[in-house]
Design a protein around this ligand. Structure first.
Ligand code: SAH
Length: 356
Protein backbone atom coordinates (compact mmCIF):
# COMPACT_ATOMS: atom_id res chain seq x y z
CA UNK A 1 0.00 0.00 0.00
CA UNK A 2 1.24 3.45 -0.91
CA UNK A 3 0.18 6.50 1.09
CA UNK A 4 -1.61 8.72 -1.40
CA UNK A 5 -0.41 11.82 0.46
CA UNK A 6 3.25 10.81 0.04
CA UNK A 7 4.55 13.45 -2.35
CA UNK A 8 8.11 12.29 -3.07
CA UNK A 9 8.09 11.40 -5.99
CA UNK A 10 4.38 11.53 -6.68
CA UNK A 11 3.33 7.85 -6.85
CA UNK A 12 -0.26 8.63 -7.83
CA UNK A 13 0.80 10.38 -11.02
CA UNK A 14 2.93 7.36 -12.03
CA UNK A 15 0.14 4.90 -11.16
CA UNK A 16 -2.41 6.78 -13.26
CA UNK A 17 0.01 7.12 -16.18
CA UNK A 18 0.67 3.34 -16.14
CA UNK A 19 -3.06 2.76 -16.55
CA UNK A 20 -3.45 5.33 -19.30
CA UNK A 21 -5.78 7.45 -17.14
CA UNK A 22 -5.95 11.01 -18.51
CA UNK A 23 -4.01 13.69 -16.63
CA UNK A 24 -7.04 15.65 -15.48
CA UNK A 25 -8.01 12.77 -13.18
CA UNK A 26 -4.83 13.46 -11.19
CA UNK A 27 -5.91 17.04 -10.71
CA UNK A 28 -9.41 15.93 -9.77
CA UNK A 29 -8.09 13.56 -7.10
CA UNK A 30 -5.83 16.24 -5.67
CA UNK A 31 -8.75 18.62 -5.59
CA UNK A 32 -10.78 16.09 -3.61
CA UNK A 33 -7.93 15.53 -1.18
CA UNK A 34 -6.92 19.14 -0.51
CA UNK A 35 -10.00 21.23 -1.25
CA UNK A 36 -12.99 18.92 -1.48
CA UNK A 37 -12.19 17.31 1.90
CA UNK A 38 -13.16 13.86 0.62
CA UNK A 39 -13.40 11.33 3.43
CA UNK A 40 -12.66 8.37 1.13
CA UNK A 41 -11.95 7.44 -2.50
CA UNK A 42 -15.58 6.37 -2.73
CA UNK A 43 -16.65 9.96 -1.96
CA UNK A 44 -14.79 11.35 -5.03
CA UNK A 45 -18.05 11.41 -6.89
CA UNK A 46 -16.90 12.71 -10.27
CA UNK A 47 -14.33 9.93 -10.80
CA UNK A 48 -15.32 6.87 -12.84
CA UNK A 49 -16.60 4.11 -10.58
CA UNK A 50 -13.85 1.75 -11.78
CA UNK A 51 -11.17 4.22 -10.66
CA UNK A 52 -12.83 4.78 -7.29
CA UNK A 53 -12.86 1.03 -6.77
CA UNK A 54 -9.30 0.44 -7.95
CA UNK A 55 -7.57 3.22 -6.00
CA UNK A 56 -8.06 1.67 -2.52
CA UNK A 57 -6.35 -1.52 -3.79
CA UNK A 58 -3.07 0.39 -4.28
CA UNK A 59 -3.35 3.47 -2.09
CA UNK A 60 -4.21 4.18 1.49
CA UNK A 61 -5.69 7.58 2.21
CA UNK A 62 -5.84 7.60 6.02
CA UNK A 63 -2.95 5.83 7.75
CA UNK A 64 -3.63 7.29 11.20
CA UNK A 65 -6.37 6.71 13.72
CA UNK A 66 -7.70 9.49 15.97
CA UNK A 67 -7.39 8.04 19.48
CA UNK A 68 -8.28 11.22 21.33
CA UNK A 69 -9.90 14.50 20.30
CA UNK A 70 -9.98 17.30 22.86
CA UNK A 71 -11.63 20.71 22.53
CA UNK A 72 -11.62 23.85 24.67
CA UNK A 73 -13.98 26.79 24.90
CA UNK A 74 -11.50 29.06 23.12
CA UNK A 75 -11.86 26.88 20.02
CA UNK A 76 -8.61 24.95 20.33
CA UNK A 77 -8.82 21.32 19.23
CA UNK A 78 -6.15 18.72 19.69
CA UNK A 79 -5.83 15.33 18.06
CA UNK A 80 -3.87 12.42 19.46
CA UNK A 81 -3.11 10.20 16.48
CA UNK A 82 -1.99 6.60 16.34
CA UNK A 83 0.26 5.85 13.38
CA UNK A 84 0.22 2.60 11.41
CA UNK A 85 3.04 1.20 13.57
CA UNK A 86 1.22 1.99 16.81
CA UNK A 87 3.29 5.08 17.67
CA UNK A 88 1.47 8.22 18.74
CA UNK A 89 1.78 11.87 17.76
CA UNK A 90 -0.20 15.05 18.39
CA UNK A 91 -1.39 18.00 16.36
CA UNK A 92 -3.50 21.05 17.17
CA UNK A 93 -5.99 23.45 15.54
CA UNK A 94 -6.04 26.98 17.01
CA UNK A 95 -8.72 29.57 16.34
CA UNK A 96 -7.78 33.21 16.77
CA UNK A 97 -10.04 35.82 15.19
CA UNK A 98 -10.15 34.90 11.53
CA UNK A 99 -6.95 32.88 11.79
CA UNK A 100 -7.12 29.11 11.61
CA UNK A 101 -3.68 27.92 12.60
CA UNK A 102 -2.50 24.34 12.83
CA UNK A 103 0.46 23.08 14.82
CA UNK A 104 1.95 19.89 13.42
CA UNK A 105 4.51 17.27 14.47
CA UNK A 106 7.52 16.10 12.49
CA UNK A 107 8.89 13.23 14.61
CA UNK A 108 7.68 10.62 17.09
CA UNK A 109 9.34 11.98 20.23
CA UNK A 110 12.39 14.21 20.02
CA UNK A 111 16.14 13.83 20.46
CA UNK A 112 17.04 17.43 21.34
CA UNK A 113 16.75 16.94 25.10
CA UNK A 114 14.99 20.12 26.28
CA UNK A 115 14.64 19.14 29.93
CA UNK A 116 11.27 20.87 30.43
CA UNK A 117 9.54 19.48 27.33
CA UNK A 118 7.19 16.49 27.35
CA UNK A 119 8.02 15.42 23.78
CA UNK A 120 11.62 14.46 24.33
CA UNK A 121 11.39 12.65 27.65
CA UNK A 122 11.57 9.23 26.01
CA UNK A 123 13.89 10.30 23.18
CA UNK A 124 13.02 10.01 19.50
CA UNK A 125 11.43 6.88 18.02
CA UNK A 126 11.45 7.86 14.35
CA UNK A 127 10.94 10.57 11.76
CA UNK A 128 7.49 11.07 10.31
CA UNK A 129 7.14 10.56 6.57
CA UNK A 130 6.11 13.47 4.36
CA UNK A 131 2.76 11.71 3.87
CA UNK A 132 2.20 11.53 7.63
CA UNK A 133 2.96 15.24 7.97
CA UNK A 134 0.48 16.10 5.20
CA UNK A 135 -2.12 13.75 6.71
CA UNK A 136 -2.08 15.75 9.97
CA UNK A 137 -2.80 18.90 7.97
CA UNK A 138 -5.74 17.29 6.20
CA UNK A 139 -7.22 15.78 9.37
CA UNK A 140 -7.11 19.19 11.09
CA UNK A 141 -8.50 20.93 7.99
CA UNK A 142 -11.47 18.56 8.08
CA UNK A 143 -12.37 19.81 11.57
CA UNK A 144 -13.34 23.16 10.04
CA UNK A 145 -16.81 23.98 8.73
CA UNK A 146 -17.26 24.08 4.94
CA UNK A 147 -16.84 27.87 4.69
CA UNK A 148 -13.55 28.06 6.61
CA UNK A 149 -10.01 27.33 5.45
CA UNK A 150 -6.70 26.88 7.21
CA UNK A 151 -4.71 30.10 7.16
CA UNK A 152 -1.46 29.41 9.02
CA UNK A 153 0.85 26.51 9.88
CA UNK A 154 3.32 26.39 12.74
CA UNK A 155 5.72 23.46 12.79
CA UNK A 156 5.93 23.44 16.58
CA UNK A 157 4.47 20.08 17.50
CA UNK A 158 6.46 17.04 18.53
CA UNK A 159 9.99 16.66 17.24
CA UNK A 160 12.73 18.80 15.78
CA UNK A 161 11.61 19.86 12.28
CA UNK A 162 15.13 20.61 11.06
CA UNK A 163 16.18 17.06 11.94
CA UNK A 164 13.62 15.83 9.39
CA UNK A 165 13.91 18.31 6.53
CA UNK A 166 13.82 15.55 3.90
CA UNK A 167 10.19 14.87 4.82
CA UNK A 168 9.22 18.34 6.01
CA UNK A 169 10.13 20.25 2.84
CA UNK A 170 8.01 18.13 0.46
CA UNK A 171 5.14 18.21 2.99
CA UNK A 172 5.31 22.01 3.21
CA UNK A 173 5.49 22.20 -0.58
CA UNK A 174 2.07 20.48 -0.60
CA UNK A 175 0.81 22.90 2.05
CA UNK A 176 1.85 25.95 0.06
CA UNK A 177 1.07 24.66 -3.44
CA UNK A 178 -1.92 26.32 -5.13
CA UNK A 179 -3.16 22.81 -5.97
CA UNK A 180 -2.50 21.68 -2.39
CA UNK A 181 -3.69 23.58 0.69
CA UNK A 182 -2.70 26.91 -0.85
CA UNK A 183 -1.25 28.36 2.36
CA UNK A 184 1.38 30.94 1.46
CA UNK A 185 4.88 30.22 2.77
CA UNK A 186 4.69 33.59 4.52
CA UNK A 187 2.08 32.06 6.79
CA UNK A 188 4.15 28.98 7.61
CA UNK A 189 6.59 29.05 10.54
CA UNK A 190 9.21 26.43 11.30
CA UNK A 191 10.37 26.34 14.92
CA UNK A 192 13.80 24.90 15.61
CA UNK A 193 16.03 24.24 18.59
CA UNK A 194 18.77 25.67 16.34
CA UNK A 195 20.72 23.24 14.17
CA UNK A 196 23.15 25.45 12.19
CA UNK A 197 23.88 23.13 9.21
CA UNK A 198 20.14 22.53 8.72
CA UNK A 199 19.38 26.28 8.99
CA UNK A 200 22.07 26.82 6.33
CA UNK A 201 20.45 24.17 4.14
CA UNK A 202 17.10 25.92 4.54
CA UNK A 203 18.70 29.26 3.59
CA UNK A 204 20.01 27.65 0.39
CA UNK A 205 17.02 25.54 -0.59
CA UNK A 206 13.95 27.36 0.60
CA UNK A 207 13.97 30.48 2.72
CA UNK A 208 10.39 31.52 2.06
CA UNK A 209 9.24 30.20 5.44
CA UNK A 210 9.32 32.05 8.73
CA UNK A 211 11.96 30.74 11.08
CA UNK A 212 11.58 30.64 14.87
CA UNK A 213 14.59 29.71 16.96
CA UNK A 214 14.12 28.39 20.51
CA UNK A 215 16.72 30.03 22.74
CA UNK A 216 15.55 29.59 26.37
CA UNK A 217 18.82 30.98 27.76
CA UNK A 218 21.07 34.00 27.14
CA UNK A 219 24.36 32.08 27.48
CA UNK A 220 25.76 28.65 26.72
CA UNK A 221 26.32 27.72 30.35
CA UNK A 222 22.60 27.89 31.12
CA UNK A 223 21.50 26.65 27.70
CA UNK A 224 23.67 23.53 28.04
CA UNK A 225 21.62 22.67 31.11
CA UNK A 226 18.17 23.41 29.66
CA UNK A 227 18.70 22.17 26.10
CA UNK A 228 21.04 19.20 26.16
CA UNK A 229 21.87 19.26 22.46
CA UNK A 230 23.36 22.74 22.95
CA UNK A 231 26.55 21.20 24.32
CA UNK A 232 27.46 20.18 20.75
CA UNK A 233 26.33 23.42 19.13
CA UNK A 234 26.48 26.70 21.04
CA UNK A 235 24.59 29.98 20.74
CA UNK A 236 27.28 31.68 18.61
CA UNK A 237 26.83 29.31 15.68
CA UNK A 238 23.05 29.30 16.03
CA UNK A 239 22.77 33.11 15.92
CA UNK A 240 25.18 33.25 13.00
CA UNK A 241 23.12 30.71 11.02
CA UNK A 242 19.91 32.55 11.93
CA UNK A 243 21.42 35.89 10.83
CA UNK A 244 22.33 34.29 7.50
CA UNK A 245 18.76 33.01 7.14
CA UNK A 246 17.52 36.53 7.75
CA UNK A 247 19.94 37.86 5.12
CA UNK A 248 18.75 35.29 2.59
CA UNK A 249 15.04 35.56 3.34
CA UNK A 250 14.56 39.18 4.38
CA UNK A 251 11.99 37.85 6.86
CA UNK A 252 12.03 38.95 10.45
CA UNK A 253 13.16 36.09 12.69
CA UNK A 254 11.42 34.99 15.83
CA UNK A 255 13.26 33.85 18.93
CA UNK A 256 11.40 31.75 21.46
CA UNK A 257 12.13 31.78 25.16
CA UNK A 258 10.24 29.49 27.54
CA UNK A 259 10.19 31.14 30.97
CA UNK A 260 10.95 28.72 33.80
CA UNK A 261 10.47 30.13 37.31
CA UNK A 262 13.75 30.75 39.08
CA UNK A 263 15.86 29.25 36.29
CA UNK A 264 15.95 31.66 33.35
CA UNK A 265 13.44 34.37 34.31
CA UNK A 266 15.58 36.76 36.35
CA UNK A 267 16.36 40.38 35.49
CA UNK A 268 19.95 39.40 34.86
CA UNK A 269 18.85 36.84 32.24
CA UNK A 270 16.68 39.47 30.56
CA UNK A 271 19.60 41.93 30.47
CA UNK A 272 21.93 39.41 28.87
CA UNK A 273 19.23 38.29 26.43
CA UNK A 274 18.71 41.93 25.42
CA UNK A 275 22.44 42.26 24.77
CA UNK A 276 22.38 39.11 22.64
CA UNK A 277 19.48 40.26 20.49
CA UNK A 278 20.33 43.96 20.26
CA UNK A 279 20.76 45.08 16.67
CA UNK A 280 18.99 42.04 15.28
CA UNK A 281 15.72 42.31 13.37
CA UNK A 282 13.86 39.86 15.51
CA UNK A 283 10.75 39.31 17.55
CA UNK A 284 11.16 37.68 20.93
CA UNK A 285 8.35 35.33 21.82
CA UNK A 286 8.23 34.78 25.57
CA UNK A 287 6.33 31.64 26.55
CA UNK A 288 5.43 31.14 30.23
CA UNK A 289 6.10 27.47 30.98
CA UNK A 290 3.18 25.09 30.60
CA UNK A 291 3.71 22.56 33.42
CA UNK A 292 4.35 18.92 32.49
CA UNK A 293 3.26 16.22 34.93
CA UNK A 294 6.22 14.68 36.73
CA UNK A 295 8.67 17.47 35.90
CA UNK A 296 9.89 19.87 38.59
CA UNK A 297 9.72 23.09 36.51
CA UNK A 298 7.31 25.90 37.40
CA UNK A 299 5.53 28.72 35.59
CA UNK A 300 6.72 32.17 36.72
CA UNK A 301 4.19 34.52 38.30
CA UNK A 302 2.59 37.22 36.16
CA UNK A 303 4.76 39.78 37.96
CA UNK A 304 7.92 37.86 37.13
CA UNK A 305 6.90 37.65 33.47
CA UNK A 306 6.17 41.41 33.41
CA UNK A 307 9.49 42.24 35.03
CA UNK A 308 11.38 40.07 32.52
CA UNK A 309 9.56 41.60 29.56
CA UNK A 310 10.02 45.16 30.83
CA UNK A 311 13.80 44.84 30.90
CA UNK A 312 13.80 43.66 27.30
CA UNK A 313 11.35 46.31 26.09
CA UNK A 314 13.35 49.03 27.79
CA UNK A 315 16.35 47.79 25.83
CA UNK A 316 14.41 48.17 22.58
CA UNK A 317 13.66 44.50 21.98
CA UNK A 318 10.37 43.63 20.31
CA UNK A 319 8.71 41.24 22.78
CA UNK A 320 5.50 39.28 22.56
CA UNK A 321 4.16 37.16 25.42
CA UNK A 322 2.47 34.09 24.02
CA UNK A 323 -0.99 33.39 25.33
CA UNK A 324 -1.37 29.95 26.80
CA UNK A 325 -4.06 28.82 24.44
CA UNK A 326 -5.18 25.25 24.90
CA UNK A 327 -3.13 24.68 28.04
CA UNK A 328 -6.14 23.00 29.63
CA UNK A 329 -6.04 20.25 27.03
CA UNK A 330 -2.31 19.70 27.39
CA UNK A 331 -1.80 21.51 24.10
CA UNK A 332 1.93 22.08 24.62
CA UNK A 333 4.40 19.99 22.78
CA UNK A 334 4.02 16.28 23.52
CA UNK A 335 1.84 16.64 26.58
CA UNK A 336 -1.24 14.77 25.42
CA UNK A 337 0.80 11.84 24.19
CA UNK A 338 2.67 11.74 27.46
CA UNK A 339 -0.54 11.92 29.49
CA UNK A 340 -1.80 9.00 27.46
CA UNK A 341 1.42 7.03 27.93
CA UNK A 342 1.31 7.63 31.67
CA UNK A 343 -2.33 6.60 31.84
CA UNK A 344 -1.70 3.36 29.98
CA UNK A 345 1.39 1.26 30.56
CA UNK A 346 5.04 1.82 31.36
CA UNK A 347 5.73 5.53 31.46
CA UNK A 348 9.10 6.75 30.20
CA UNK A 349 11.27 7.69 33.16
CA UNK A 350 11.87 11.42 33.16
CA UNK A 351 15.37 12.40 34.10
CA UNK A 352 14.92 16.07 34.91
CA UNK A 353 18.13 17.88 35.42
CA UNK A 354 18.65 19.17 38.91
CA UNK A 355 19.43 22.83 38.59
CA UNK A 356 20.70 24.23 41.82
N1 SAH B 1 11.90 21.33 18.37
C1 SAH B 1 11.40 22.60 17.97
C2 SAH B 1 9.88 22.68 17.82
C3 SAH B 1 9.00 22.01 18.85
S1 SAH B 1 8.63 22.77 20.37
C4 SAH B 1 11.91 23.69 18.88
O1 SAH B 1 12.65 23.39 19.81
O2 SAH B 1 11.61 24.85 18.64
C5 SAH B 1 7.94 24.35 20.08
C6 SAH B 1 8.23 25.32 21.22
O3 SAH B 1 7.50 24.93 22.42
C7 SAH B 1 9.70 25.34 21.60
O4 SAH B 1 10.12 26.65 21.79
C8 SAH B 1 9.69 24.57 22.91
O5 SAH B 1 10.79 24.86 23.71
C9 SAH B 1 8.37 24.99 23.53
N2 SAH B 1 7.91 24.12 24.62
C10 SAH B 1 8.10 22.81 24.79
N3 SAH B 1 7.53 22.36 25.92
C11 SAH B 1 6.95 23.43 26.50
C12 SAH B 1 6.18 23.62 27.70
N4 SAH B 1 5.92 22.60 28.51
N5 SAH B 1 5.75 24.86 27.99
C13 SAH B 1 6.00 25.89 27.14
N6 SAH B 1 6.69 25.77 25.99
C14 SAH B 1 7.17 24.56 25.67
Amino acid sequence: MIHILEPTPDPLQAWLAERGVPGFRFRQIRHWLFTGRAASFEAMSDLPKSLREELPGSFSLWTMRVVDHKKTEDGTEKLLLELSDGQQIECVLLRDGVRRTICISTQVGCAMGCVFCASGLAGVARNLTAGEIVEQMLLLDRLLPADERLSHIVVMGMGEPLANLDALLPALAEASSPTGLGISARRITISTVGLPPAIERLSRENCRFNLAVSLHAPDDHLRDQLVKVNKNIGLGDILQAADAYFEASGRRLTYEYVLLAGLNDQVEHARRLAALLRGRTALLNVIPYNPVAGLPYRTPSGAAVDRFVEVLRAAGINVFVRERKGSKIDAACGQLRRANMLASKTPPEPTPLELA
